[in-house]
Design a protein around this ligand. Sequence first.
Ligand SMILES: [Zn+2]
Length: 406
Amino acid sequence: MAFKKTIDVQAAVAIAAAEAIAAKTQGTFGVGGLMLDQHGNVLQSLHNNVIKQGLIFDPTAHGERQLIDWYYAERAKGRELPAPEDITLVTSLDPCCMCSGAILAGGFNVVVAAPDKNAGINFDQAATFDALPASLRAQAGASFGYPAVLGSSQYSRAGSGAAPKSFFIGKTIAEPTQALCSLVFEATSAEVMEKFSTDPSQELLRDPATLAPDHAIVRALKQLYPDALAYRCAPRLPDAGLAPFLTQAMARDREHGGAGDAVALLDSFGNLLLCMPGRMSQSGIRSAFMETTRAYAQLRYKLMNGATLAQQDEVRKFLGHPKDGTFVFAHGPDGGAVSFMNLGAYGSTMEGPLPAANPTQFQYVLSAMPEADLAAICAAMPPLYRDVIRIRPTPVADHALIAALT
Ligand SMILES: [Zn+2]
């Protein structure tokens, strides 16, 4: 949508709300947002794209995350844009943990309309940001703003968090617009989360290693990652055989401006499906985990979009939802913004409870902090992450794998 300039919080939130309605029409989470420069010029506006054509397209395609990647992509093309601290995102819904991590990692400002009591970083609406690791709370307090909503209904509120930037002349949100932002999201949330539980359960999954090498699923998988199916371990027990694949991706991550992270995805049979580096030189939020989970979702989408229901069913069986597999991070989470974004993106990948039989879905090789400290970070996350998904990163069991990466 083409809008030029806004110096009014209400007008900016109205643009985000219009995007949220477009998202609902697409059948994805009803959330929208925009990016403003320090004068109020609208640089870009867009909406959630998690679901397209009734299928999961990209679990990381939330509005704020897409706006930030758009910003870095424009800069990489040579466009002159203000520094992140002079940029304000405006979003119809409180940022989730992934988007909050992305906003903090980049150093952007955000103005938030509707609350999200389930996954929002300000889920308790106290604006103290206790859901963040301690080292990030002060930055959030200075850059995440919740403008006052004038009125007397359940949608009204006093302002909290960071004050809107000085270019905003109008600094409040109108009650009907705030209500619209809440209602559009609520109207889509349950239906979209249902899309994350339509995949066959683990006992119905089939082993892609039994497919002929020229099968369309195998060809698409190897086109994305040539070493796919080249390694296999006992289910959920990655061993030292995974080390060369991680090491190679870690080296590529460094070439791409990262700190040497890599993330592998194993399926429920123990097959290696993907092992990706990040692309941090392209965008400060393209971490190895973001690349891996996005690549896998988009592979499934590409194979299923436009296919018959029988073909879709075959894809779902041979390439199961990641919740039945294992993500193996070369580096475990630390207390920083990119790690928090990864934890949030992990939550957005799952969107519902991990299978009871697979509590160690999230494994890491090298630890960056004591397990108890990491558990405390996860226990402070908003309800979706701590109570529903129950995110619990665990170290890999195989000491030879740890030794091989140390
Ligand atoms: Zn988000």
